[in-house]
Design a binder for this molecule. Structure first.
Ligand code: NAP
Length: 264
């Protein structure tokens, strides 16, 4: 268990109210656990009813891909928490396809709704309250794969790239109101969604001209630190960004990938 204290014995996020999308498993579930351990009140959401969210957190079912889902979630946050100080936009993902032209229109739309517009809509509903209180912390979960897009995931990485750009712009807009907005970009992380997606990618019958899109398989040769990430590795970065330790950080992107994706 990770307990973050502020040096005076008080848990670091005591008194803070947090909303986590996709909080029922994988990275989101680790973020929920760490926020609770740091003393925050937490509302977690996912589409399916779940018994995996700790009892100390409140769970509400919602689909963040639609404006109706975002509105239901914002209303639940107001009702159960009385407002939100921390938002972690974690729900995301997409299925791989054989190549760019095999990605159907509806999956492009779905990828954009889940990986970009869900955050845009929810932020638009939650930031007015943060502006009034002149404080807030927002984290968007992107992907370390954004700078090196591959054909099976163009819908996914394009949506995440747009999310990162939006996140930086939102950070500029909201900084004068004391609201910090940052991005965490995970590399390959051992979660139910991540492993299922890599399995689908590995099983895809790659055509000869698509060999360069083959799913990477041997973690030791891919990740310089020699292992896949664990959900807690990503949650550690999220917790840092929403804590006062990051009080001078906004508009940043923290890549947590074991050194896999070289940048610049
Ligand atoms: N794992 C990796 O290797 C990896 C790498 C790079 C980036 N990421 C990013 O990290 C984030 C978390 O990934 P993960 O691997 O932990 O995913 P995961 O294991 O698939 O968990 C996804 C969570 O989001 C929820 N969710 C999915 N669609 C939703 C929707 N429309 N509305 C509300 N909740 C929804 C899921 O519950 P329900 O299905 O019940 O809704 C679940 O709680 C994603 O943004 C992903 O793109 C992951």
């Amino acid at each position: 268990m990770t307990t973050i204290e502020n040096g005076s014995g008080k848990r670091e996020l005591a008194g803070k109210r947090a909303l986590v999308t996709g909080g029922s498993r994988g990275i989101g579930a680790a973020v929920v656990r760490q926020l609770l351990d740091a003393g925050a009140e937490v509302l977690a959401t996912a589409r399916s009813a779940t018994s995996t969210v700790p009892e100390r957190a409140t769970f509400v079912q919602a689909d963040v891909r639609t404006r109706a889902g975002a509105e239901a979630l914002a209303a639940a946050a107001q009702e159960t928490l009385g407002g939100v100080d921390i938002v972690v936009h974690n729900a995301g993902g997409a299925r791989p396809h054989k190549g760019s032209s095999a990605i159907p229109d509806e999956e492009w739309q779905d990828a954009l709704d889940l990986n970009l517009l869900a955050s845009v809509r929810l932020d638009s509903l939650l930031t007015p309250g943060m502006r009034e209180r002149r404080s807030g912390m927002i984290v968007h979960v992107s992907s370390a794969a954004v700078p090196t897009p591959v054909a099976p995931f163009l819908h996914y990485t394009a949506a995440k790239a747009a999310l990162e750009n939006y996140s930086r712009g939102l950070a500029s807009e909201l900084a004068p109101f004391g609201i910090r907005v940052n991005t965490v970009s995970p590399g390959r992380t051992a979660t139910p969604g991540g492993e299922a997606t890599r399995e689908q990618w590995a099983q895809m019958d790659a055509a000869p001209d698509q060999n360069n899109t083959a799913a990477p398989s041997d973690t030791n040769s891919i990740v310089p630190l020699g292992r896949d990430g664990q959900p807690e590795d990503i949650a550690n970065a999220v917790l840092f960004l929403v804590s006062d330790r990051a009080s001078w950080l906004t508009g940043s992107s923290l890549v947590v990938d074991g050194g896999e994706f070289h940048r610049g």
